[in-house]
Design a protein around this ligand. Structure first.
Ligand SMILES: NC(=O)c1ccc[n+]([C@@H]2O[C@H](COP(=O)([O-])OP(=O)(O)OC[C@H]3O[C@@H](n4cnc5c(N)ncnc54)[C@H](O)[C@@H]3O)[C@@H](O)[C@H]2O)c1
Length: 264
């Protein structure tokens, strides 16, 4: 997909990767960029920085009625949605000790919200014969987020759901992309570093931390090529291949890295 004259919605667009995507879509010539986020004030600030093509709205992606209203309002106002980016996401940190409320939040934001947006936006896209869904998943969805069990499990689920959508709808004109970055310099990563999450130390130790703008560059390239898997860190493909070919060997390597970090 090329962004010229497109109508785009970005959830979680108030900061980090979502804000960079929103700015980049506008710079590429999108006709409208609707920025939806729990933090309405921050979303408005991003929209004001972009200019008249951007429009901000406050919403909780885990509330299906609000997601449906976002889609209905956007279609009423602009006639269609060409690209819907389900980008909002959360980490919990921790493992099996994380309480059910934490697991539920991760499940609702990282997975169910993707179901809600697909359910709301697909009928219009199918009726018009095309559209693109971009789901921000994570390298954690094809590998493992050390130190964050709920993030790992829900991001794997989000990649699985995106793949299911891609296979099911591609022949009906719907393109689906799963954006799977590793470390990106956003408030999400910074919070993990402040809280001393082992996972953020693993990310720092195992590869480059990209800027949100670099993730936006990779996304524009991936959308242009209509690629399913968009990997801003290309090395993730090698890690995933190694993990698939030799799961035990890959896990041994991860355990070794963790032991090294715990000693340091
Ligand atoms: N930063 C990284 O290292 C990294 C790596 C891989 C994937 N990701 C994924 O990228 C996406 C964006 O993350 P980011 O790093 O920009 O983080 P971020 O915390 O900067 O941005 C996430 C945005 O989502 C919004 N949000 C959270 N819950 C919401 C809800 N219920 N309804 C609406 N908005 C909500 C937040 O207000 C925030 O603006 C997430 O899905 C994240 O899992 C991030």
């Amino acid at each position: 997909m090329n962004l010229t004259d497109r109508i785009v919605v970005v959830t979680g667009g108030a900061g980090g990767i979502g804000a960079a995507l929103s700015r980049r879509f506008a710079a590429e010539g999108a006709a409208a960029v609707v920025i939806a986020d729990l933090d309405g004030d921050a979303a408005r600030a991003v929209a004001e920085g972009i200019g008249p093509v951007a429009h901000a709205t406050a919403l909780d992606v885990t509330d299906e009625d609000q997601v449906r209203a976002l889609v209905d309002d956007t279609e009423r106002r602009y006639g269609r949605i060409d690209l819907f980016c389900a980008n909002a996401g959360v980490t919990t940190g921790g493992g099996v000790e994380v309480d059910d409320a934490g697991w539920d939040r991760a499940w609702r934001v990282n997975v169910l919200a993707h179901v809600y947006s697909a359910r709301a936006v697909l009928p219009g896209m199918l009726a018009r014969g095309g559209g693109h869904l971009l789901h921000t998943c994570s390298a954690a969805g094809v590998l493992t987020a050390v130190g964050d069990a709920a993030y790992t499990a829900t991001k794997h689920a989000s990649v699985g759901f995106a793949e299911w959508l891609a296979i099911t709808y591609r022949d009906r004109g719907i393109r689906v992309s799963a954006l799977c970055p590793q470390g990106v310099d956003t408030p999400m990563l910074a919070d993990g570093i402040v809280e001393g999450h082992l996972g953020t130390r693993v990310i720092a130790a195992s590869g480059a931390v990209l800027t949100p703008d670099q993730v936006a560059d990779a996304t524009i390239a991936g959308l242009a090529e209509e690629r399913f898997l968009i990997l801003p860190h290309p090395e993730v493909a090698d890690y995933a291949r190694r993990r698939a070919e030799d799961p035990d060997g890959w896990q041994a390597g991860m355990r070794k890295l963790i032991r090294r970090l715990q000693r340091s």
